[in-house]
Ligand binder design. Structure first.
Ligand code: IVH
Length: 678
């Protein structure tokens, strides 16, 4: 049961997240783009609201909330380090013109058109300076204000990629290297998974957690955080004869034992540099750490001296910054579409806006409550964000841009497709169209049924599904199995060959595993995982249909809401008819019966964590089962073995805690080989 208090907390949580996203957007406008969009008053209002919520719901406070931010002022607790040579910052270029302008200026001052440049990923972490004395790591500090930073030596010692000792040819007696401390994406995920397991607050992103970790007062806490470091410059050296170019310096530092970035590239031509910068926009997601741009540096170090700095920005380097993943645009309209289960999904129609290389015209708004909470109105200027492959989202309105002509969204009362009166159940944020024969639902359902993760019927896409429905060749998914070639040929733009391909794809789908069929039916709350649990537990569709809600809820992994939804679905008259039709159409309605095997692993339970070198997880599980063993997805006290592949995550820690035997990838392979299943 969810209580009112739960719901309040839930909506406070959503609001807090929204406020943080908005504040970080305005910080970015202000600090990075130097182009604030809102005045101080409005910014302060957002902060006030966030503070108030965090005061009421202290469990929502996270260390990286903007309210918890500590200034770049060095904190006396750490001791202060005066930087021998100041740590500079970097000028920014946001487009080709600005990059070329930087190059032209440097070329003019250097009195040469042709000089080599090195491009390096701009790591989104925090700058550190590391001083070595006689080959030994002596003092590590933050950038601070560039002249004075904090002494965080003890914390930096816990980072394994920062060598405690270095050695090699030409080692100066004293020198300082500079670099960026960061957290890998995988390390960040793992850390948050563990924090979730321990009910500790989660961090918002790798950068903030890295920054928080190095400024911990207790180095033991830092040591537990998965930190890493790339060195990107020699700060100064006392007596050494440093190399003449940046790329040679990096090579030398690498030989001394420092971790330098393997993705650095050298070019002689600014056009090539620009292409390189562009290429990272696509490739950045493939890196295991976050980058926010590309640093372009003049390679020849004697030119660095000649070029010097303008204020705190060197003229010999520039940061190309990736286009922001948040932009503002006009909210033209709020429309709704009808999902396959009848859910009414509002979405934003936007004035087209280019966000990080992709033109965005629509964004999701989830549900009515979401619209209310965000307070967006039609006609508003809104902040829109996109990340990776996810559907763009509306973060919220820019209140200062209001003209007074904006209109509130009026929730729809009837289905836009079939005009049936919509229903909204207690405690549900969504409205539903209750009409089982609603055409929009039928299309959504049919498209879902034929999709990859479900029955995987190749050649039937949304368009063909729509024309089959409008020609009334099919009324429900079971009708697919009675289609004839003649019928298909009556459809426009479907040639004989494609018709035959479609029919053979449909025929092939008759033998899909039961869980794929269950998922394909589009039962509310039944995703592919729940479908697999049901198929495995009940073995055939009639047993599922016959089960009452209580029996369904007894299945581990299936809660009361899902159980109720499944029960309700199978109790319907239409469902019963549909299943009979599927049966007549020759569709498989039972799981593949694999008689329990009696073998050398009978009675042993295995859990796989991380990726295995030789097998996918299902393949590995099939092999274990073929030897009589059973598998589970979570570690409990009765687990017998944990198989730890690469990046095993929190399950490994749990297994260690319970003292469960751990098999490496190799040991697992040896075990299979021993029993002839390798
Ligand atoms: S060189 C004088 N190289 O970016 C310039 N900086 O916005 C010295 N950063 O404070 C910096 N990756 O923390 C350089 N490959 C890289 C970098 C990098 C990240 C950071 C650095 C600096 C900030 C400037």
């Amino acid at each position: 049961m969810t209580t009112d208090a739960d719901q309040d907390l839930q909506s406070a949580k959503l609001r807090v997240e929204e406020l943080r996203a908005q504040i970080s957007y305005h910080d970015y406008r202000y600090h990075v783009l130097d182009d604030p969009e809102v005045g101080d008053d409005e910014y302060d209002e957002l902060m006030q609201e966030l503070r108030a919520l965090e005061e009421t719901y202290s469990q929502l406070i996270v260390p990286d909330s903007p309210t918890q931010r500590v200034g770049a002022e060095p904190v006396a607790a750490f001791g202060i380090v005066e930087h021998t040579v100041p740590l500079l910052s970097l000028g920014n270029a946001f487009n080709e013109e600005e990059l070329r302008a930087w190059h032209k200026r440097a070329a003019g001052l250097a009195e040469t058109e042709s000089f080599a440049m090195v491009c390096e990923p701009k790591i989104d972490g925090l700058a550190v300076a590391l001083e070595y004395r006689e080959g030994s790591f002596a003092v590590g500090s933050t950038r601070g204000d560039g002249r004075r930073g904090e002494n965080i030596t003890q914390n930096l010692r816990t980072i394994t990629s920062i060598p405690q000792r270095v050695s090699g040819a030409g080692l100066p007696g004293r020198f300082e290297v500079r670099g960026e401390v960061f957290m890998t994406k995988a390390g960040f995920e793992r850390m948050n998974e563990q924090r979730a397991d321990n009910s500790e607050p989660l961090f918002a992103n790798p950068r903030n957690s890295a920054a928080g970790a190095v400024r911990q007062l207790d180095p033991r806490v830092t040591a537990e955080r998965p930190l890493d470091c790339f060195i990107y410059a020699l700060g100064w050296s006392q007596d050494g004869s440093a190399p003449a170019s940046h790329h040679q310096t990096m090579k030398w530092l690498g030989e001394l034992g420092f971790q330098v970035n393997p993705d650095a590239k050298r070019y002689g031509d600014i056009g090539k540099v620009w292409e390189h910068c562009q290429s990272w926009i696509e490739r950045r997601d493939a890196l295991d750490y976050e980058i926010d741009g590309v640093v372009v540096k003049v390679d020849d170090l004697s030119l660095h001296e000649r070029l010097g700095a303008a204020g705190r920005e060197p003229r010999w380097a520039i940061a190309f910054k990736f286009p922001p993943t948040q932009r503002t645009t006009k909210l033209l309209d709020i429309r709704v579409n009808v999902g396959r289960t009848g859910s009414i999904n509002p979405y934003a129609v936007l004035e087209p806006v280019n966000i990080a290389g992709v033109t965005v015209t629509n964004a999701t708004l989830h549900n009515e409550d979401d619209i209310k909470r965000k307070g967006v109105r039609i006609g508003d200027t809104v902040i829109v964000q996109r990340a990776g492959d996810v559907i763009p989202q509306v973060v919220g309105p820019v209140i200062s841009k209001r003209t007074g002509k904006e209109k509130a969204f009026r929730p729809k009362r009837v289905c836009p497709s079939c005009k049936t009166k919509l229903v909204r159940e207690e405690g549900e944020a969504m409205r539903y169209c209750p009409n089982g024969a609603c055409p929009a639902q039928a299309l959504g359902l049919l498209t879902h049924f034929v999709s990859r993760g479900a029955m995987d019927i190749d050649g039937v896409g949304e368009q063909l599904a729509a024309s089959m429905l409008s020609a009334e060749l099919v009324k429900d998914v079971a009708d697919l199995y009675f289609l004839t070639e003649e019928q298909l040929l009556t459809l426009e733009r479907l040639a004989e060959k494609s018709a035959r391909n479609v029919l053979s794809a449909i025929a092939e789908s008759r033998s899909r595993p039961l869980d794929r069929l269950l998922f394909g039916l589009g039962i509310r709350h039944v995703g592919s995982e729940t479908a697999a649990l049901l198929a495995e537990r009940f073995g055939d569709i009639d047993a599922i249909a016959a089960a009452d809600a209580e029996t369904l809820a007894d299945v581990p992994g299936i809660g009361p809401i899902v159980a109720e939804s499944v029960h309700e679905y199978f109790a319907r008259k239409q469902t019963k008819q549909l299943i009979e039709k599927l049966r007549k159409g020759g569709v498989r309605l039972e799981a593949e019966r694999t008689a329990p095997v009696d073998g050398p692993l009978t009675g042993q339970t295995f859990v796989i964590s991380g990726t295995l070198a030789a097998f996918s997880r299902p393949e590995a599980e099939a092999r274990i089962k073929s030897l009589g063993g059973s598998t589970s997805s979570s570690v409990t006290k009765s687990t017998d073995f944990l198989i730890a592949g690469e990046s095993p995550g929190s399950k490994l820690a749990k297994a260690e805690k319970y003292g469960i035997a751990i098999l490496s990838d190799d040991e697992f392979m040896a075990l299979l080989a021993k029993h002839g299943a390798g």
